[in-house]
Write a protein that binds this ligand. Structure first.
Ligand SMILES: Cc1cc2nc3c(=O)[nH]c(=O)nc-3n(C[C@H](O)[C@H](O)[C@H](O)COP(=O)(O)OP(=O)(O)OC[C@H]3O[C@@H](n4cnc5c(N)ncnc54)[C@H](O)[C@@H]3O)c2cc1C
Length: 388
């Protein structure tokens, strides 16, 4: 047994957690992993995987019992994301996006709103989180989508770009600016837009390098009339909701990236042990061992740091934004590095689709970009040390 397996083995779980994680491993073995290659090649949305995830009730992990969930720790949620992403990054991000969009409803919505929206997700619905716009990416405060209050409705106009599951989601948590507030940061607000709302249109679906089974939609809101009851919090609460939700979605993205990194590591080690050149296994060349040592050490550190962040969140710590950024930064840089090294160790075969590492390298790249690019993460981390 190698060091990374030992990290997995030494984590302590309750009996119920072991049961859930074993079920996820079976789901991966029987359903998700066998379909991953075809999902990537066809670019088809993996509905069968989503149904299988729902059959296990995995959305329930992050939804309170009152609304149909069966809540477990954040640490368990991260373990599930990591396992699914290691088998199929597309399915991993569809599952994680559901949490990213639903978490703010759990944390900030009224009881009445929770009773309307959460059971739909607990029973298998899909959710999307719509922040980014074509002219507002890293600086989300530059968003131009407008929320105009009109009696008991809010008229939503504008557009969003790059929205994961945007075309298939039953509910979309949309961020926009309250028309009556001048200060652009204080104007940011959040509401739930439901599937089928008149004036809501998918402009196009991106044709991407990786994560080809997950859809990424550009959308327009042509004066969509949304009930005022769908506003989360008060007008102007959006920025606080946004920042709080990013703090929880960044470790989730880190878990997803670590799933990719782990898959690349496993494939690389297996191949290095079997491929022979000059009469020796390629793992027996010292230069390759040095590389492998660095990647194993990186992976071990990233795993343990993510455990640390999960423990902070499960302990209801409130100030963990920098820790979350470090997890996202290191895990995603590692996913890209590991996948690149795994391709390199496969030689020419690594560049061909017959080997999984080719897909892992394409899937890894976006982890350095989404949920705040790694340049932005470095800024957030570095800035935290500047004396006030
Ligand atoms: C597949 C995919 C799925 C996505 N899913 C979602 C989703 O579900 N919901 C959602 O809201 N968004 C989503 N996004 C959007 C994603 O979060 C943004 O692409 C990301 O935040 C970067 O924004 P941008 O693409 O506009 O790049 P830009 O902000 O234009 O950045 C371009 C480059 O400039 C750098 N840069 C920008 N500002 C600074 C700065 N201040 N200092 C240093 N460098 C800087 C960036 O790091 C980057 O390298 C998704 C994107 C993709 C590709």
């Amino acid at each position: 047994m190698h060091i990374i397996d030992r990290i997995d083995l030494r984590r302590s779980w309750t009996g119920e957690e072991v049961f859930v994680l074993d079920q996820v491993r079976r789901l991966i073995r029987e359903t998700i992993a066998p379909a991953a290659r075809e999902t990537d090649l066809s670019g088809r949305f993996p509905w069968a995987n989503v149904e299988a995830i729902n059959a296990l009730g995995l959305n329930g992990i992050y939804i309170p019992e009152t609304y149909g969930g069966a809540p477990m720790s954040y640490r368990v949620y991260l373990a599930v994301v990591k396992l699914i992403a290691s088998a199929c990054a597309s399915t991993g991000i569809i599952y994680a996006t559901n949490f990213h969009a639903t978490g703010p409803i759990v944390d900030f919505a009224t009881e009445e709103q929770k009773a309307r929206f959460l059971p739909r997700i607990a029973t298998g619905g899909l959710a999307a989180l719509a922040i980014t716009e074509s002219e507002a990416g890293s600086d989300a405060t530059g968003m131009r989508t407008i929320f105009r209050p009109q009696g008991d409705t809010i008229v939503v106009s504008g557009s969003k770009a790059f929205i994961t599951s945007g075309d298939v989601a039953d509910i979309i948590l949309v961020f926009g600016k309250w028309a009556e507030t001048e200060n652009p940061r204080a104007a940011i607000s959040a509401l739930v837009l439901e599937k089928g709302t008149e004036g809501f249109e998918i402009a196009h679906i991106e044709d991407k390098m990786g994560h080809r089974g997950s859809t990424t939609a550009a959308m327009t809101f042509n004066d969509c009339r949304v009930p005022r009851d769908n506003l989360i919090g008060a007008p102007g609460d959006g920025l606080a909701i946004l920042l709080a939700s990013l703090n929880r979605s960044r470790p989730s993205i880190a878990a997803h990236a670590l799933g990719i990194a782990r898959a690349a590591f496993d494939d690389m080690v297996t191949y290095m042990n079997s491929r022979q050149q000059s009469g020796r296994r390629i793992i027996d060349f010292q230069g390759n061992q040095f590389m492998l040592a660095d990647r194993a050490a990186d992976l071990a550190m990233a795993e343990v740091w993510l455990d640390h962040v999960a423990a902070l969140i499960d302990a209801a710590e409130r100030d963990f934004g920098v820790e979350a950024s470090i997890a996202k930064l290191r895990a995603s840089d590692l996913a890209m590095l590991m996948a690149t090294d795994a391709v390199q160790m496969h030689g020419g075969y690594g560049y061909c689709r017959d080997f999984r590492v080719e897909r892992l390298m394409r899937d890894a790249k976006i982890t350095q970009i989404w949920e705040g690019t790694n340049q932005i993460q470095r800024q957030l981390i570095g800035r935290s040390f500047a004396a006030k």
